[in-house]
Design a protein around this ligand. Structure first.
Ligand code: PLP
Length: 434
């Protein structure tokens, strides 16, 4: 038997295994969990993962190279790098701006404007790198930074804006891009929840100098643990690559040598002439790389991304229509007129007379999963107490989101029966007949 024939036999067995043991289970109302998110996949993910294992390259290889090329094409960006998580992507965005290689790099004590309702590892790279976050209040409805407050937040030491597109709902990118252009600030987009969202017809993630993506299983596509950075500013491509790969100056793919063609002819730093380029470090870097096994799964998921995004939008539209009659109790999501979100979840803020936790309990009791908008007011989190920061105005809406908001899932694993069951449960809480 040839290698290819043997592989085909293995792949056939995997397909059988997938059909027998990974098939979707029947929905039993109240018993089957209606997840807020989850992996949706076919036999092809398993087959390509095994293919990567059989090749046993282990580190990033052909699957990673193809996945990076595809995403670079989608974003039409000068650079796209896979990393091992969305958190690593955020870290890489911030660390890149701090590199001495970058003209006008950020320095300790410089300020970065960012929302107070945030995911922890959107904020931590700012704090861990000695930068000062400047918090602005968020808006109920969009759950993004209140755009009217961003300009007010800019001070003499402000150098960047790090804007998450919360739950896949794009920020006012016209305003943020214009402010950054006019004031000479870097724009970083946390697009971890927003793959496929567009603003004015352009993909979110293609506006900032750099943008981050997460491919954790809860996200639009997954590679297990994984993420990526879209590098739109061509001056940052090589630095970001270096920081992802230990801080080295060399840009050889894993296992390759002498890509630059002058491996032993460099003169950098105080090193002797000809010191092996592979071991020259121009940055204080990390190792944030992925394996080809992860990339193989990610690449197949990417083929399915358009379908996933469509399903998310349909689920969102279904809930929006169905929950509209409850607007006297609930505040439904709001969207910028130029934005076409790619929803991560369906956010709901209960009005003052409703106890959020009671509604959440009513849903969770029958296995309808709910989630809060991440850290709420992040300054109230134990780990973030005492961090150096500045606040612009009051964080009134931020606190309201912390106390009154939650979200339910819109991921492609939902079916009609599940959605109907979720809506019935909302109606029963507010005693509205369906
Ligand atoms: C807005 C945002 N940023 C960053 C992350 C971190 O991504 P990861 O879990 O891949 O580290 C998440 C995770 O859900 C997120 O929602």
């Amino acid at each position: 038997m040839t290698k290819d024939e043997l592989k085909q036999e293995i792949f056939g067995l995997i397909e059988r295994y997938y059909n027998d043991f990974h098939a979707t289970k029947k929905f039993e109302p109240g018993v089957t969990k209606i997840n807020y998110a989850g992996r949706v996949y076919g036999a092809k993910e398993l087959i390509c993962a095994v293919d990567a294992v059989l090749a046993f390259g282990l580190t990033a290889g052909p699957y990673a190279a193809r996945f990076e090329r595809e995403l670079k094409g989608y974003f039409k960006s000068p650079g796209f790098l896979l990393v091992n998580s969305g958190s690593s992507a955020n870290l890489l965005m911030v660390a890149t701006l701090l590199s001495k290689q970058v003209e006008g790099c950020l320095k300790e004590g410089d300020e970065v404007i960012t929302p107070a309702v945030t995911f922890p590892t959107t904020l931590t790279p700012i704090v861990q790198n000695g930068l000062v976050p400047v918090f602005v209040d968020c808006e109920v409805g969009t759950y993004n930074m209140n755009p009217r407050l961003v300009e007010e937040a800019i001070g003499p030491r402000t150098r960047a804006i790090l804007a998450p597109h919360t739950l896949g709902n794009p920020c006012d990118l016209d305003l943020l891009a214009r402010l950054c252009r006019d004031k000479g600030l870097y724009l970083l987009e946390d697009s971890c929840d927003a793959l496929g969202a567009t603003y004015d017809g352009r993909p979110v993630g293609s506006f900032g100098d750099i943008a981050s993506l997460s491919f954790y299983p809860a996200h639009h596509i997954t590679m297990g643990e994984g993420g990526g950075v879209v590098i739109n500013n061509p001056r940052l491509v090589r630095t970001a690559l270096s920081i992802r790969d230990w801080g080295r100056d060399c840009w050889c793919e894993p296992g390759a040598n002498n890509t630059c063609g002058r491996r032993f002819e460099w003169q950098l730093g105080d090193l002797p002439y000809g010191y092996d380029h592979k071991y020259i470090y121009s940055n204080l870097g990390y190792n944030l790389k992925v394996t080809d096994l992860q990339a193989a799964i990610g690449l197949v998921q990417w083929e399915r991304a358009l379908g996933f995004i469509k399903a998310r939008r349909e689920n969102f539209a279904y809930y929006y229509r169905a929950l509209k009659p409850l607007e006297e109790h609930l505040i439904l999501p709001k969207v910028d007129p130029k934005a076409d979100p790619s929803w991560f979840g369906f956010p709901i803020t209960v009005r003052d007379h409703v106890e959020r936790n009671e509604l959440v309990r009513h849903l969770e009791e029958v296995n309808i999963e709910t989630r809060l908008v991440f850290g709420g007011n992040i300054l109230k989190q134990p780990g973030f107490k005492g961090i150096r920061h500045r606040v612009v105005g009051e964080l009134t809406e931020t606190d309201r989101i912390m106390e009154k908001t939650f979200f339910i899932g819109v991921y492609p694993g939902l079916n009609e029966e599940m959605r109907e069951f979720v809506v019935e449960r909302f109606m029963s809480f507010f005693k509205v007949a369906v």
